[in-house]
Design a protein around this ligand. Structure first.
Ligand code: HEM
Length: 239
């Protein structure tokens, strides 16, 4: 028996998606307000999340359900490693650690892999389908906002072996629909996807504090510099 899980997930996570879009850090990112330190912290957190997800998917790649949504061409661990080396340098492994929210997210992934492997579909859907949807736009925003140019720092957004992201999303949705599950299991997967959106939001919210602090320091420095110069010009007119 199979159910239209792809539609159930899309419809069932609509509210969560809107909520995620409205988190301050995400909104700022879309407007091109990206603070490099917060961004690299996010990349580090994502590294721990994807490592957990991909480690478990790898272990379960012959599982009757997980095997159907096992697409190594989506895997992000290696591209995140490249980005971490770009942002933190060659010694990045000694510099990064998962935040509290990332630790909870990672723990949940391991937990479901052990007890209800079918729920990995929810985690895989929430991250990979989002990545395939926003990739190129987010890459351009990151490049522009952090003056990255073409030299690195955006490997995360590049799916080298997927030439048509839209077609691939459809292939993935079809795989979801072919999972041999009943309605009750499908509903559990939707619940878990909503929880995964929540875990992502928590990671973004943690960074909001850093971003606000960084903006505060920038404004403070600008204002105090102006005051010491005796100028009344507004911040933003800084040279
Ligand atoms: C402001 C931020 C975001 C914007 C503007 C955005 C935009 C979009 C758009 C336009 C689509 C539809 C693509 C299509 O129809 O093919 C999409 C799909 C999706 N996004 Fe986002 N997104 C954002 C944040 C997120 C976040 C934070 C997550 C999860 C961590 C996420 C997960 C998803 C998923 C899972 C889909 C696939 C929906 C489906 O077709 O089932 N998005 N997003």
């Amino acid at each position: 028996m199979s159910v239209n899980l792809a539609t159930m997930l899309r419809e069932g996570t609509k509210k969560s998606h809107t909520m995620a879009e409205n988190v301050g850090f995400v909104k700022c990112f879309l407007k091109g307000v990206v603070e490099k330190n917060s961004y690299r912290t996010l990349v580090a957190n994502l590294y721990f999340v994807y490592s957990a997800m991909e480690e478990e998917m790898e272990k379960l790649r012959h599982h009757e359900l997980v095997s159907k949504i096992y697409f190594p061409q989506l895997h992000r661990k290696q591209s995140l490693e490249k980005d971490l080396s770009f942002y933190y340098g060659a010694n990045w492994r000694n510099e990064v650690a998962p935040s509290e929210a990332a630790q909870a997210y990672v723990a949940r992934i391991h937990e479901v892999a052990q007890s209800q492997p079918e729920l990995l579909a929810a985690h895989s859907y929430t991250r990979y389908l989002g990545d395939l949807s926003g990739g190129q736009i987010l890459k351009k925003i990151a490049q522009r906002a952090m003056n990255l140019g073409e030299n690195g720092g955006t490997a995360f957004y590049e799916f080298d072996t997927i030439s048509d992201e839209k077609a691939f999303k459809n292939e993935y949705r079809q795989a979801l629909n072919e999972l041999p599950i009943d309605q009750a299991t499908a509903e559990k997967i939707v619940d878990e996807a909503n929880a995964a959106f929540g875990m992502n939001m928590k990671m973004f919210m943690e960074l909001e504090g850093n971003l606000i602090k960084a903006i505060g320091i920038m404004v403070f420095n600008t204002l105090t510099r102006r005051r010491s110069k005796g100028s009344t010009e507004l911040a933003g007119a800084e040279q």
